[in-house]
Ligand binder design. Structure first.
Ligand SMILES: NC(=O)C1=CN([C@@H]2O[C@H](COP(=O)(O)OP(=O)(O)OC[C@H]3O[C@@H](n4cnc5c(N)ncnc54)[C@H](O)[C@@H]3O)[C@@H](O)[C@H]2O)C=CC1
Ligand SMILES: O=C(O)CCC(=O)C(=O)O
Length: 528
């Protein structure tokens, strides 16, 4: 039975998708205290949150079998990504389900600021009819600076154009071509802020964007600017904003998100009549909540069913085409890693993975993660997976190198590993035949051809009469049937190798007996 814990309010349709997973127990438990969450997460396989639940290092540590955390929304700043990655817990989000809701909320905030709608409404409800006090400004002809031209920033920019605004965009990934096609001007942060009548921020909260709008920046604004934040609290320094509102450099601000949520009752921002505050409502539309809940629930179901999934935050993202060309090589890469672990039998200090021919297409490092999953998963812990394999390698001092060669020398595709350990170095290679699947085609410099599956016995020995027979006798006495055999040598009487496919595991006792045979230099039982 798989347990899926949902700790924030998500749309019912998302819960239904989760419940469609056979053998799943979906527990919706919102408003948990920290200690209740620590207890509830212990036996959960998946956790679904919005922004209310803070997924700390302690929460991730308390989870004994957590595979995936799903964020029904975009921002994952409430999840300790570093801890999740270290523990091999996949984090996924729903990146575009609430884009329009957030863009429309931003626009509602901007228009409300321009026309004093909340203040006029308050006044009127208080019994007044004050037409002179609430004279606004038009958006048409004004300059809007959009800081962060991702999904939401782009939708805001498009809407602003329709309202007749001049839009300047700041984003390190905004190209001149894209800016031109959107009818906006690409600008630096300094230029965008200095010329804007309205500023709206749409970046994630990161080390770089934390207090991107601070007191120094607020001294460079056009007097009378209006500022909107529907992205993340902390991008604008709230205290600096209060000062700028106080001395009227800023004519108004509209904020949906705060440095600390919920906004405390005595927060100075609550004192300004020209400040509009909403309680993190950017994504709160029926449509957006259904979209993100369904999107994240579907991906969680895929993850738990071990099917291809999308929107991983702590794995490189791949296009559908990349995924398609990569998938046949995953099994080969993992088997090679597993083979190398049993061949090398020692802590690896470096590994070079060479992808050749059709296997060399860029893959965001997925295949190397897969090789490492096989290698380190066997040597260290079953908990090593695609998510934490590279991190684990880094932390254990394993140097990882990737080489890509577009033209195959012998095979149309090949993955080869060169691995150094305290006990020496090994080299192996595999290829994928369309008709017979993954095969091992090279071992320590000897060409061979064997399916990479089942139980194998590998020996290095002196090329002399009787070796194969004696090894065969030990196996026969132990009732181990030989299903296939490959031998190789460089020169008569020199070193030779043998790779046997056998029908069942070879015991340590039998390995020890074979090791005693005169002329044997290495024996390895390998289970793939
Ligand atoms: N208020 C709410 O309820 C909601 C808030 N959000 C928040 O809105 C923000 C934007 O979301 P999306 O547009 O979906 O994300 P996105 O990932 O599509 O766009 C973010 C953009 O910010 C840019 N960026 C990153 N660092 C930057 C920097 N230092 N300077 C300038 N640009 C930088 C990126 O290049 C990217 O283009 C996120 O913080 C998200 O959490 C999203 C949905 C609802
Ligand atoms: O879950 C929510 O309503 C917040 C949405 C949000 O902030 C996000 O998606 O980044």
């Amino acid at each position: 039975m798989l347990k899926i814990l949902v700790t924030d309010d998500i749309a019912k349709m998302g819960v239904e998708v989760l419940e469609s997973l056979p053998d799943a127990l979906v527990e919706v438990r919102t408003g948990l205290s920290e200690s209740e969450l620590l207890e509830a997460i212990e036996d959960a396989d998946a956790l679904v949150v919005r922004s209310q639940t803070t997924v700390t290092q302690e929460v991730i540590r308390a989870a004994r079998q957590l595979k995936v955390i799903g964020r029904a929304g975009v921002g994952v700043d409430n999840i300790d990504l570093e801890s999740a990655t270290k523990r091999g817990v996949l984090v996924i989000n729903a990146p575009d389900g609430n884009t329009i809701a957030a863009a429309e909320h931003t626009f509602a905030m901007m228009i409300s600021l321009a026309r004093h709608i909340p203040a006029a409404n308050r006044d009127l409800l208080g019994g007044k009819w004050n037409r002179k006090r609430w004279v606004g400004v038009e958006l048409r002809g004004k300059t809007l600076a959009v800081l962060g031209m991702g999904r939401i920033g782009t939708e805001v920019a498009k809407r602003a154009k329709v309202f007749g605004m001049n839009v300047v965009g700041f984003d390190p990934f905004l190209t001149e071509e894209r800016a031109t096609s959107l009818g906006i001007v690409k600008a630096t942060l300094d230029d965008a802020v200095a010329q804007a009548d309205f500023i709206t921020v749409h970046t994630p909260l990161t080390k770089e964007t934390h207090h991107m709008i601070d007191s120094a920046r607020l001294r460079t604004v056009k007097p009378g600017v209006r500022i909107v934040n529907c992205a993340r609290g902390g991008i604008i320094d709230e205290m600096a904003l209060c000062e700028a509102l106080e001395d009227e450099r800023v004519a108004g601000a509209a904020l949906d998100v705060f440095e600390s949520e919920p906004l405390r009752e005595d927060h100075p921002l609550r004192r300004f009549e020209n400040v509009i505050l909403t309680p993190h409502l950017g994504a709160s539309t029926v449509e957006a909540q259904e979209n993100v809940a369904i999107q994240v629930a579907e991906q969680i179901v895929h993850v738990l069913k071990d099917e291809p999934f999308e929107h991983a935050v702590n794995l490189p993202s791949l296009s559908a085409k990349q995924k398609e060309s990569l998938s046949p090589y995953l099994a080969l890469a993992e088997k090679l890693g597993l083979f190398a672990a049993q061949l090398a039998q020692g802590a690896p200090s470096s590994i070079r993975v060479t992808y050749t021919g059709d296997a060399s297409a860029p893959d965001g490092g997925y295949l190397t993660r897969t090789v490492l999953k096989g290698l380190l998963g066997f040597q260290y812990s079953d908990d090593i997976n695609y998510v934490n394999a590279l991190r684990f390698a880094e932390e254990s001092g394993l140097r990882v190198q990737e080489v890509r060669e577009t033209r195959g020398r012998v095979y149309t595709n090949e993955i080869s590993l060169s691995i150094e350990t305290e006990n020496g170095s090994h080299h192996l290679a595999g290829t994928l035949y369309s008709e017979s699947g993954p095969r091992i085609v090279e071992l320590d410099g000897y060409p061979i051809d064997m399916p990479s599956e089942g139980v194998l016995l590998f020996t290095r020995h002196k090329d002399q009469p009787g070796m194969i027979g004696r090894i065969g006798t030990f196996l026969g006495d132990a009732q181990v049937n030989i299903a296939g055999m490959q031998v190789g040598r460089r020169e008569s009487g020199g070193e030779a190798i043998m790779l046997l496919a056998v029908d069942r595991s070879v015991s340590t006792d039998v390995i020890k007996q074979i090791e005693q045979v005169d002329g044997i230099s290495m024996v390895r039982a390998i289970e793939l």
